[in-house]
Design a protein around this ligand. Structure first.
Ligand code: FE
Ligand code: FE
Ligand code: ZN
Ligand code: FE
Length: 180
């Protein structure tokens, strides 16, 4: 990986040409940076929209975790000697839009609202899991264990968030079915 120190030779001049793979990695980083920033806002709306306290709590804690993930992505940009900058993630924009639609289409205070929110949130987590999995592998291929570890940590948080949602879904879907 093209790190700060790799860039300068003994004369202190930048010499190493950046590979296309590094560019591809940076693009992916910009994409997930944009995605996480927008998700941080969306999770606040999802928390407000949720019916059960358990789901509100799950969104709230993942929102805080998301803010920390944003800081760690900034750290990765820094390690790459790049300015942290986002690039619109069409996938996350669509997933958030879908979540907003589901909020409009379901009744406030209903269990079905929660079932819909959990479904939307799990699609988001799965997108994040795929993205961080790829980025962590790329970081490893590019030779940065440190960056690989940071992205690997975030990946584990996304997996844990997904598992938590699955647990909530199991109990919520059952309750929603009983209400009908
Ligand atoms: Fe995230
Ligand atoms: Fe993306
Ligand atoms: Zn994208
Ligand atoms: Fe997440």
């Amino acid at each position: 990986m093209i790190m700060k120190n790799d860039k300068t030779n003994s004369n202190g001049k930048s010499e190493m040409k950046e590979s296309e793979l590094t560019d591809f990695f940076i693009d992916g980083l910009k994409d997930i940076y944009w995605a996480e920033k927008h998700l941080a806002k969306a999770l606040k709306k999802m928390e407000k929209a949720a019916t059960s306290d358990k789901l509100k709590e799950a969104f709230s804690s993942h929102q805080i975790e998301t803010e920390e993930q944003i800081s760690r992505i900034e750290e990765v940009f820094n390690l790459m000697d790049r300015t942290a900058r986002g690039k619109k993630c069409a996938a996350m924009a669509g997933l958030i839009e879908e979540a907003e639609e589901l909020i409009e289409e379901t009744e406030k205070g209903s269990m079905v609202r929660d079932v819909a929110l959990i479904a939307a949130a799990q699609k988001i987590e799965h997108y994040e899991i795929a993205t961080y999995g790829t980025l962590a592998t790329l970081a490893s291929v590019l030779g940065s264990e440190k960056i690989k570890n940071i992205l690997g940590e975030i990946l584990e948080e996304e997996k844990a968030a997904d598992i938590k949602l699955t647990e909530l879904a199991t109990s919520n879907v059952n309750e929603a079915a009983m209400q009908d």
